[in-house]
Ligand binder design. Structure first.
Ligand code: SF4
Length: 371
């Protein structure tokens, strides 16, 4: 019998992004992980492994799944203790981690003391490695955590910014390249460019690794400039993203973004001069918005020629309801700011602007429906 077994429940989105918080926890205890998000089948395979303690990584989006797993495991192994696993990270992909009453919690602050995540402990590892090696999926790395800004919808807001050194982050990437053959990586910090000197150092050190990379999130437009654009692209960054949220100045004020349309336009235009592609993240249904304003954001993104990711309103942790999904296949409108059917309309209209969307595939699907 195993002492511990950890589980990553199915979240239905972000299959190419490993549960980083759980990876840190598993690495520090040397525990195996059944990863139902990246490898959803067979869904009940955790019932084949008996452990004294089952640790489940719970995020708001996986709360029901986590409870279901706990119930089934207890039915099969009545003597097992069920705990949530938390700590290391507070938020991943906009969704905060949560706890059961009984928990395994790691309280170490984010720093160079964190272990490099050992994804070989995940049973989905062969799938990750295959996709990393082929360059289809990017390795994800978090070089800092937290954000002092106040954006009202964001679970990462108002949290002390803690960072790893540039050297330590590069060492993780160097080892991932050597050990697992990664071809590219993606930075998923809450706010990567708070400390410009650290960012420039990172660029200087990452260049010799010859990896292609992207800043998926974490670049604030008002802290972005030509020097950063040049440094990150010369160091291999091909794709730059900004959190835009809305192109309406009043909405930006209401959500306490702390940025103006001028900041956003200047940053995007600068980034476009250097990067292969630039994208913006937008939110449908923000406080103060309307159908017309959200449509205007869509046109604004088209005018600037960026890839646009539209999600539904992301309520911050205080008002977050379990299992709400803000983007992806099963996403539904969250806010009541204007009729939900109109919010769905905007979401559908933006489908073609998302990367990976194929009009040809959609046409095939629609044709199939009328056969
Ligand atoms: S700047 Fe980004 S990470 Fe910080 S609070 Fe705003 S949305 Fe969240």
């Amino acid at each position: 019998m195993e002492k511990y077994l950890f589980i990553n429940p199915e979240a239905r989105v972000n299959q190419a992004i490993p549960n980083l918080g759980l990876a840190y926890a598993a690495t520090s205890l040397g525990v195996k992980v059944i990863d139902l998000n990246t490898l959803s089948s067979p869904p009940d395979r955790y019932l084949k492994v008996e452990a004294e303690t089952l640790g489940i990584s719970v995020q708001s989006r996986t709360l029901s799944e986590a409870k279901k797993i706990a119930r089934k495991y207890k039915e099969k192994f009545p003597h097992a203790t069920i705990k949530s696993v938390s700590g290391f990270l507070d938020v991943l992909c906009c969704y905060p981690y949560m706890d059961f009453d009984n928990r395994i919690h790691f309280a170490e602050p984010f720093s160079d003391e964190y272990p490099f995540p050992n994804y070989e402990l995940f049973d989905s590892f062969p799938k990750f490695q295959k996709n990393w090696k082929s360059g289809k999926w990017q390795y994800v790395v978090m070089t800092s955590q937290g954000c002092p800004y106040q954006c009202i919808y964001c679970s990462s807001r108002n949290r002390k910014w803690l960072s790893r050194s540039a050297e330590n982050s590069i060492e993780e990437l160097r080892r991932a390249k050597e050990r697992w053959g990664i071809k590219s990586f993606n930075i998923i910090d809450d706010c990567f460019n708070i400390n410009k000197q650290r960012l420039l150092k990172f660029c200087e050190l990452v260049k010799p690794l010859n990896l292609s990379w992207a800043c998926a999130n974490g670049l604030r437009a008002d802290l972005f400039d030509e020097e950063i654009a040049r440094a990150i692209t010369e160091a291999g960054c091909k794709h730059i993203s900004f959190g835009v949220e809305s192109s309406d100045p009043d909405v930006l004020k209401q959500i306490k973004k702390g940025e103006t349309i001028e900041h956003l336009e200047t940053a995007i235009k600068t980034a476009k001069r250097y990067a292969q592609s630039v994208s913006g993240f937008f939110i449908i249904g923000l406080p103060g918005s309307s159908y017309e304003k959200d449509l205007f954001s869509l046109r604004w993104a088209e005018r600037l020629g960026i890839i646009a990711h539209f999600s539904y309103y992301v309520p911050s942790d205080k008002v977050l309801e379990a299992d709400q999904i803000f983007y992806g296949r099963d996403a539904e409108p969250v806010s009541d700011i204007y009729p939900k059917n109109m919010q769905k309309k905007v979401y559908r209209m933006t489908a073609g602007m998302r990367p990976g969307f194929s009009w040809r595939k959609l046409a095939r699907k629609v044709k199939g429906l009328f056969k």
